[in-house]
Write a protein that binds this ligand. Structure first.
Ligand SMILES: [Zn+2]
Length: 439
């Protein structure tokens, strides 16, 4: 177990604190925000039935990661059973509860609470009974292709079943978002400051995020896939793909960056003990016999493009840098899916030859300098949605409309809002439809 001191906690939460300061409470000091986030206590409780399947374990692991990355101290109140399916970043030899405790100690703060300790909120997994829970509680439940959060934990819910990870991962990101919204509401009361009005800070509310259900054929082979960036969105997309049963493929990850402590607030597959290595090597370490992850320790630039070689027929773009998105689009010959985040917002879009390209979708280089504010559930939602688009395209050949999601606005009738995609005469990539539009 690594030891985590307060410098580590401050550094690991630095991007989350930046987001809270810029977007929610500009008048609070960073110190006040770190203390509040690191002082939160959250219990994750699952019974034996709900961790009997890979889907249930995916929910438990993903919510522990996303909530631990908010800085909270956790009580891991789950059976210490054998790991079911592939549950990265748990290790093959890990058991569920002890493996999660090792993982938390290797992220921001150790999970040092007991099941009986007082907590700010208890998260129940699937239909785990609320027996004995006295304080605030939420339930993360759903089905294969739908993630949900219930605030009335007495309402009936289904247990997690099967091995499709998408509903479990969505429920986990949504429950982390609701835990965070409640923490911000408490921070407002504790410090006597009002949050900025444009944000929906308040008590947790019910969430339901449905995806297009997919028929996954036995041994689905994606063939060659490219991932531009080994960052947070690619981490989350891989966390979903690596859990997809029987999935095959050869995925290259292109990035020249090394991990940093400030990535521990959002990278779904990272651990503090892996920070010495290139990001692409960390990801390659999660390769399975079916899904090979090939590291390319270079940044994609006009100068390196020739050495990197032609891009695969399907390209996942998870890079923040807008000009890198344009370059990936220029070099791509087939399907491209861009997952982008900005503060609390997620935008996912697909691009095929003959349609509006990634440059039409993201036409301006916002040229952000300095550290970028980020938070776990936003980056991870983007990656899960991107992975779903990849499997949807691989199984149907079709695309879905672009969507925007807002991390603090997941409750409500439309957590994923469709966006139009139009060719732009000023497209920086100068794709074919944009040239026709200009003419
Ligand atoms: Zn274009």
């Amino acid at each position: 177990m690594s030891t985590v001191g307060s410098d580590h906690v401050h550094e690991a939460l630095s991007r989350t604190v930046l987001l809270v300061k810029q977007d929610v409470f500009p008048r609070l000091a960073a110190e006040q925000i770190v203390e509040h986030l690191a002082g939160r206590r959250v219990r994750v409780r699952a019974d034996a039935r709900n961790v009997d399947t890979a889907a249930g374990q995916a929910a438990v692991v993903a919510m522990v990661v996303a909530i631990a990355q908010l800085g909270a101290r956790l009580a891991i109140d789950v059976p210490d059973v054998h790991v079911a399916g592939n549950q990265p970043p748990l290790r093959e030899r890990d058991r569920l509860a002890s493996g999660l405790r090792d993982l938390c100690a290797d992220l921001i703060q150790p999970a040092d609470l007991d099941a009986g300790d007082a907590v700010d909120v208890t998260v129940l997994v699937g239909d785990t009974p609320a027996f004995g829970v006295t304080g605030p509680a939420l339930r993360a439940h759903g089905r294969a292709w739908e993630g949900a959060v219930a605030v009335d934990v007495r309402e009936p819910a289904a247990p997690w079943a099967g091995s499709v990870p998408f509903g479990p991962l969505l429920a986990s990101e949504a429950v982390a978002a609701e835990v965070f919204r409640a923490a911000m509401a408490d921070l407002a009361i504790r410090c006597g400051v009002a949050p900025l009005l444009e944000h929906r800070i308040g008590a947790p509310a019910p969430v339901r995020i449905p995806l297009v259900p997919l028929e996954l054929p036995e041994g689905l082979d994606l063939g060659a896939v490219e991932a531009i960036s080994g960052g947070a969105i690619t981490n989350a997309a891989l966390a979903a793909l690596l859990r997809t049963p029987g999935l095959r493929g050869a995925l290259r990850v292109i990035d020249d960056d090394r991990g940093a402590v400030s990535n521990l607030n959002r990278y779904a597959l990272l651990r503090a003990s892996l920070l010495h290595a290139p990001k692409v090597d960390v990801l390659a370490g999660f390769s399975t016999p079916g899904l090979a992850i090939e590291p390319v320790d270079r940044r994609l630039t006009p100068e390196t493009a020739a050495a990197i070689g032609p891009l695969a027929p399907r390209v996942l773009v998870g890079v923040d840098h807008i000009r890198s998105r344009w370059l990936a689009q220029e070099l791509a010959s087939g399907w491209v899916c861009v997952g982008g985040t900005s503060r609390m917002e997620v935008v996912i879009s697909e691009h095929v030859p003959g349609g509006p390209c990634a440059g039409c979708m993201h036409p301006y280089d916002d040229d952000v300098v300095g550290d970028i504010p980020t938070i776990s559930f936003v980056s991870q939602l983007a990656g899960v949605l991107q992975a779903h688009r990849l499997l949807h395209h691989a199984t149907t050949g079709g695309t879905q409309p672009a969507v925007v999601a807002y991390g603090l606005g997941l409750p409500g009738p439309r957590p994923l809002m469709a966006l139009g995609q139009i060719p732009r005469a000023d497209c920086p990539v100068r794709c074919a439809v944009s040239r026709s539009a200009a003419a």
